[in-house]
Design a protein around this ligand. Structure first.
Ligand SMILES: [Zn+2]
Length: 338
């Protein structure tokens, strides 16, 4: 190798070509972005590494500057000096149209109603750009780098303020014909059940999201005898899981109830997709066994046969907050391969 380099050096020196050594070793990178309701994150990565060259995050909103301009500034802040950036990919809040690259109607970013984000970024950076739903890309990240590595089929659920889903079938992200599939949080479990954030009723999200767990605990506190169990003030899913850890029966029951409905939804998914791996992420899933045990028991109760349980594992996500960003990284590399 040394000899080879020496030959090149002599070649360049002797012929005084108008380029230098560096041009022989162009280093490529891509930029991955995760856009959330409260913060946006971006990172640049070299070709084969998951360690970012540069990483930054900012609040999604600030006075006096449109979100898209803040996003451009954020991307520029992670632009790697010594690398050529080949493409950009972003995980975005749904509902969004990944095929045409348009944000449709995100409840948490109403300014972006029908905003053509993909085109905007392509024009801003003059590079190929791809965008997809954040839950789908979180599934993609877990499949490629995390708890789903090595599985050709899996379903990912993120349980936090809302409930999102991502489906990998035959080593491909399944998004449906027009890209609006895998909305597992909005599958109906109970006809005319509790109201969901989407305006419909009885959806999984209305039973098991963080706010839904809080809402159920509050409804139980209306019973005078239970009111002393929790202090007055803002209840959160985290506060309830902490109380459950300390043996609070109402809090334990709240997570058992959420887990039962998540398990019911998973058994439906198993009947349709018969996948060997279910991955659960999102803030509410940090409650651990408090949530996972009732989920696993519920799945056992609701599947029509034990054949669905053979080789099935229901496991926590392993990339934490980075699932979506990692999925965007995989997507950014795919753009340049095609
Ligand atoms: Zn809904």
């Amino acid at each position: 190798m040394l000899a080879f380099q020496t030959i090149w050096f002599v070649f360049l020196r002797d012929f005084e070509l108008p380029f230098n050594y560096a041009i022989l070793f162009i280093m490529y990178s891509t930029v991955a972005i995760d856009i959330g309701a409260s913060r946006m994150r971006a990172a640049s990565y070299s070709k084969n590494s998951t360690e970012p060259i540069a990483y930054n995050q900012v609040a999604t909103r600030s006075e006096g500057m449109p979100i898209e301009d803040r996003l451009v500034n954020l991307i520029e802040s992670v632009w790697p000096a010594d690398y050529k950036v080949k493409s950009i990919a972003a995980a975005c809040p749904g509902p969004m149209d990944p095929i045409n690259g348009i944000i449709v109607e995100p409840p948490n970013i109403p300014e972006w109603k029908y905003f053509p984000l993909q085109e905007f970024l392509q024009n801003s950076f003059d590079l190929p750009v791809s965008i997809n739903n954040d839950a789908s890309l979180a599934a993609y990240g877990e499949w490629y780098f995390g708890a789903g590595k090595g599985f050709s089929d899996l379903i990912y659920l993120t349980i936090s303020t809302g409930i999102g889903g991502g489906i990998i079938l035959n080593n491909k992200l399944f998004i449906g014909t027009a890209g609006f599939g895998a909305e597992i949080g909005h599958t109906t479990l109970v006809y005319q059940g509790p109201e969901c954030s989407c305006g419909q009723t009885g959806h999984l999200e209305a039973f098991a999201s963080g706010p839904s767990i809080v809402r159920w605990v509050k409804s139980q506190l209306e019973d005078e005898t239970l009111r002393n169990l929790f202090p007055e003030g803002d209840l959160t899913a985290k506060l309830i899981s902490d109380a459950a850890e300390n043996g609070n029966e109402l809090a334990i029951a709240a997570y058992a109830r959420a887990g039962k409905y998540i398990g019911l939804a998973i058994s439906d998914l198993l009947h349709i997709f018969n996948v060997p791996r279910i991955i659960i992420g999102g803030g509410v899933s940090r409650a651990g066994d408090l949530l996972f045990e009732p989920i696993r028991n519920s799945v056992k109760d609701f599947v029509i046969s034990d054949v669905y349980l053979e080789n099935l594992e229901i496991v926590p996500a392993s990339l934490g907050d980075d699932s979506g960003l990692m999925g965007a990284l995989v997507l950014s590399r795919e753009i340049t391969e095609n």
